[in-house]
Ligand binder design. Structure first.
Ligand code: SF4
Ligand code: FES
Length: 263
């Protein structure tokens, strides 16, 4: 076998661990069937399914399998990713029917006796393969004004905040805008008009920030007919969130705040 052939046969991310970290031997490999829902409007108006048999390592994630296909088998396979470490939020997709980040989903944690099924997230227009148009999602995000607004004088030093006040919205600061929650919401699937969980989570992050003065304004926006009252508390969003944010709880807290202010 030539060097090039040998490289092509290598799994996507072979890792040689040092002896003290349990290395010293080969990391086990296994066979994976990857089935991806493909869509390319320049080729066909109908989506299709493609399937590949791959040899992958025990340390590989779904993102590594997608890379292996793209780099070694079919360069036309399209998906978004950037950080590959669960930070940028760009690779949310449906994996075996559940919204997850491809870079945080280890292949060994899936049932490999069946094909691993990968599709684009639902509720947003598919542009190509696993890439959706995120604009409706970011439009809702922009509408809740996700930035600090304060009418007071510019302070000469940082705005102080107690530990307790900071804790009030700590959970919702963790959002990475991956859209896994919003695109798992059956209400959002129906017409896409609903603000969606992610926009409400990011409104929560400022509504409960003691340094911000625009909470009432945001609550008024979310009291809209497409706002918090469309939430049916299905908990899909909380289950989907790769950051472990209590999304449904945050929505409930925003609902309570709307009622407390009684617009
Ligand atoms: S709340 Fe969680 S699932 Fe929703 S966009 Fe933020 S990080 Fe993603
Ligand atoms: S590639 Fe950045 S979160 Fe997965």
């Amino acid at each position: 076998m030539t060097t090039q052939e040998k490289e092509a046969a290598e799994p996507a991310s072979k890792v040689d661990l040092p002896q003290e970290q349990g290395g010293g031997g080969e990391i086990p490999t296994f066979e994976v069937t990857l089935r991806v829902r493909r869509y390319d409007p320049e080729v066909s108006a109908e989506p299709r399914w493609d399937e590949w048999q791959l040899t992958m390592f025990g340390t590989d994630r779904v993102l590594d399998a997608l890379h292996k296909v793209k780099w070694e088998i079919d360069g036309s396979l399209s998906f978004r990713r950037s950080c590959a470490h669960g930070i940028c939020g760009s690779d949310a997709m449906r994996i075996n029917g559940r919204n997850r980040l491809a870079c945080k989903t280890l292949l060994k944690d899936l049932d490999l006796s069946k094909p691993v099924i990968v599709e684009a997230i639902k509720g947003l227009p598919c542009e190509k393969d696993l890439i959706v148009d995120m604009e409706p999602f970011f439009q809702s995000y922009r509408e809740i004004m996700p930035f600090l607004m304060n009418d007071g004088h510019e302070p000469k030093r940082e705005r102080y905040q107690s530990v307790e006040d900071r804790e009030r919205f700590d959970d919702t600061t963790k959002c990475i805008l991956c859209a896994a929650c919003t695109s798992s919401c059956p209400v959002f699937w129906t017409d896409g008009q609903y603000f969606g969980p992610a926009a409400i989570v990011n409104a929560h992050r400022f509504i409960f920030d003691s340094r911000d003065d625009a909470g009432d304004l945001r609550l008024e926006i979310l009291n809209d007919k497409e706002g918090v009252w469309r939430c049916r508390t299905t908990f899909n969003c909380t289950d989907a969130c790769p950051r472990g944010i209590q999304v449904t709880k945050a929505i409930a807290e925003v609902k309570q705040a709307v009622l407390a202010r009684a617009f």
